[in-house]
Design a protein. Sequence first.
Lengths: 311, 393
Amino acid sequence: MISVENLSKQYGATTVVDGVSMVIERNSITVIVGTSGSGKSTLLRMINRLIEPTRGRVLIDGHDTTGEPAHLLRRRIGYAIQGHGLFPHRTVAENIATVPRLLGWDEARIRARVEELLLVFQLDPGAYAGAFPHQLSGGQQQRVGVARALAAEPAVLLMDEPFGALDPIIRAKAQDDLLDIQRRFGTTIVLVTHDMDEAFRLGDHVAVMSHGRLLQYDRPAVLLTRPADPFVSRMTGVSDRAMRLLSLTTAGEAALPGVSEGPAVAAAASLREVLSELLWRGADSAVVMDADGTRRGYLTIAAILERGRPG
Amino acid sequence: MSVRTALTVPRLRRLDPLGALLAGAGAVAAVFLPFVVLKSNRIVPGDPRGLLDALPAWGALGCQAVLICAAIAALGVSNARVRLGAALLGVAAVALAVAAAGDALTPAGNKVVRVAPGAGFWVLLMCLGLMATDAVTRMRPGPGLRVLFLALSIVVAGLALAHGTFDHLSVMREYAVNADRFAREARQHVWLALGSLAAAVLVALPIGILCHRVPRLRSGVLGTLNVIQTIPAIALFGILMVPLAALAAAVPLAAALGIRGIGAAPAAVALFLYSLLPIAANTVAGLKRVPRAAVEAARGMGMTSWQILTGIELILALPVILTGIRIVLVQNIGMVTVAALIGGGGLGTFVFQGIGQTAIDLVLLGAIPIVALAFSAAVVLDALAEVLDRARQ
């Protein structure tokens, strides 16, 4: 758990982050979203003390982060940035091994961890461990960047616009991978982005920032249904907010018990996808199936529409 | 008709422009310029001799045949290996011819008569040398191969010198007279060039790092070093004489260490000052080239400033820094020559003595090794920078 307490950063007369307090839950993904200059990156970088706050403090699992030298703190916190920041003169394996080396792991443990991470990120160790970053595609470089950030098994991972440089298809894949990784390792992830779609797709909680202030910090559905500020509703988008709301619930969560006719849809699909499928097929109801092929229940268009309204 | 143009046009286009220039210049030199100059002693103007007057007929004809082959290769052959082979054969032929001319024209036992290489020899050597360099460039050899070429050339030249092939030529006559001084001055030359370089690296590298870290300092510091760079060497020696002489007078230890207003001390200080700008400026440029994201990520992962500097920044900047060191080393090897003027020693001693005595052979005894040293240093450091750059990109 990360507690941010009344955190501020001033450069001269300019206040970049203004009295932000928030509690980030363990084993969740928290997305900080805002326009450029909103202070979201500065807030993130104060968590691992790349920037020292002017006022306020950050506690990780109850311990003040100023209690140890900044570089030792950072070795316990994963950090991934836009444009990956891989070291061009080191191989993929050496890049991933950076923090374990700093921590003095023995070679066998480092080698095993590098191999494990390459496999998790779908990179064949035989082909890629000895490759240099410039020999990789943009998507592969980004994956190595995240693998490097996770190498020393950090409990917390900070990500600063990690997918900003990727094209839409590769970005969607990278986002799916991140959700898998989070589930697999149980890492607490704090991610900064200016892309509201990305925030809704990834965030268990979303924090909206503007001009250095935290406007609202809540579950995505609450941001849509009860925006605390006109800026929040502008950021989340008014014109398609009903569809956004539907995209936050899966068919499995909304499935009604019982049996019905209609096309089969996956329990993991969002209500938005199910609705689209039903419109396309001209059907009124769908059968919700689990991944293993058992029936979970059914959904009707009316039941889905009910879920697209606030409250 | 159209068939003939189709055949001749590509052939004409294949006529190598650089090769044509070199072959033309070489031909003019071979025909019209003296191949060697025969002088009755080391100072008087000499009697010019062409290739045919200087050598036995078979030797002259053989040499000319090789030169004609080299000219044909320069004009019409596009294969770089063949061009290189022809150029090197030409160099060997010209070198052996000038050595043979020395043997043939020197009366037995006469130590006064001098046979000096003439303008024709030097122009031919330059044309063939350019042809060889051009061929090597076209072959795009790797850094290792270039150093190997250099080492082979040094070994061949060394063997020829050790064997006494050129002993009857005027320059080697001067060497024979000055052999022990030559070794001493050559050592002093290399010592001054390398010593001032090492001191400059120790000082300029931190200056460059500081200028990179604190951008406000950059223009002021680099500007000051730039001003030093523009002071003529002689003037800088003069400027340094006063404080160094005062230092020697005030501090006996300094005097005991050999620090005086003239001699090696001001020369070394001047070379050191000249060396600062290229190294500091290249350090700044090299560090600027390091990807910002890599440094940012390194900091975010908990590397210390020192670890980032030594493990990431300096290593990525090294090829550019080495280029600066290369510039300085070549510049120093040339500039040490002037140090002889203030008693700093080095191979320049022979150059200025030769100028004073109008003994051009003595000038060459200093100048040829200086050029060879500078060229070798450039080749080796270029190769080193390339190896590092290739490994780290």
